[in-house]
Design a protein around this ligand. Structure first.
Ligand SMILES: [Fe+2]
Length: 211
């Protein structure tokens, strides 16, 4: 029987399961082929996260070593796999809308911290051109402000004590089939397909914890 570090006392094993994202198959400017292939990568991260967690349940911790050890390698690659799971769930989850601008508390906070929605969009696009993997709009609970963080891969460089609101995938797999090297045009398409209702809901849940 497979064992997991997330096995409960009754023997039930927690395993990540791939979610379905109905909104990602009819996008404006991002092809069905791109999204189908992209979803396969997400499924791969789920599979590897589960595989690594199973191996961690049986790893020999007595050989732990910072230069090389099974424990080290499994934990490093777990951060890559889980980043791939979590970031893609946010990315796919807020695609499938008709773009435009957010409303309510989210809109007010974007305006407060970036000056205007247009300023935020420009900042995210420019950060997206500077990133090798991701841009994350996140709320930092320490500063109480929003910021567009840059990531070069699934596990670099998330920042602690932040809540993720928007994830823009800038890996080539997200746009190469549709735009070649034209990443800027892909980012424009990303904005056109944003479902702000999803982000607003996430923001409102987060805001309710501020009180
Ligand atoms: Fe991706």
């Amino acid at each position: 029987m497979l064992r997991s570090i997330f096995q409960d006392p009754k023997g039930n094993i927690f395993m990540y399961e791939a979610k379905k994202f109905e909104g990602i198959h009819a996008l404006d400017g991002i092809s069905e082929k791109t999204m189908t292939e992209h979803y396969k990568l997400y499924e791969g991260y789920i599979k590897k996260a589960n595989e690594i967690m199973e191996k961690l349940a049986n790893v020999d911790k007595s050989t732990a070593n910072q230069t090389y050890s099974d424990l080290r390698e499994l934990k490093v690659e777990l951060s890559f796999a889980l980043g791939g799971v979590k970031h893609h769930e946010v990315y796919f989850g807020h695609l499938g809308g008709s773009g435009g601008e957010p409303t309510g508390g989210l809109a007010k906070m974007i305006e407060r911290d970036f000056g205007s929605f247009e300023n935020w969009q420009a900042d995210m696009k420019q950060t997206g051109l500077a990133a090798r993997g991701w841009v994350w709009l996140a709320f930092d609970w320490d500063t109480g402000r929003l910021f567009d963080y840059l990531g070069d891969s699934q596990n670099s460089y998330p920042v602690w004590n932040c809540s993720l609101l928007v994830a823009l995938d800038t890996y080539e797999h997200a746009y190469w089939m549709d735009y070649g090297t034209g990443r800027a045009a892909y980012i424009d398409a990303f904005f056109r397909n944003m479902n702000w209702k999803v982000v607003e809901k996430q923001f409102d849940q987060m805001a309710s914890m501020m009180r």
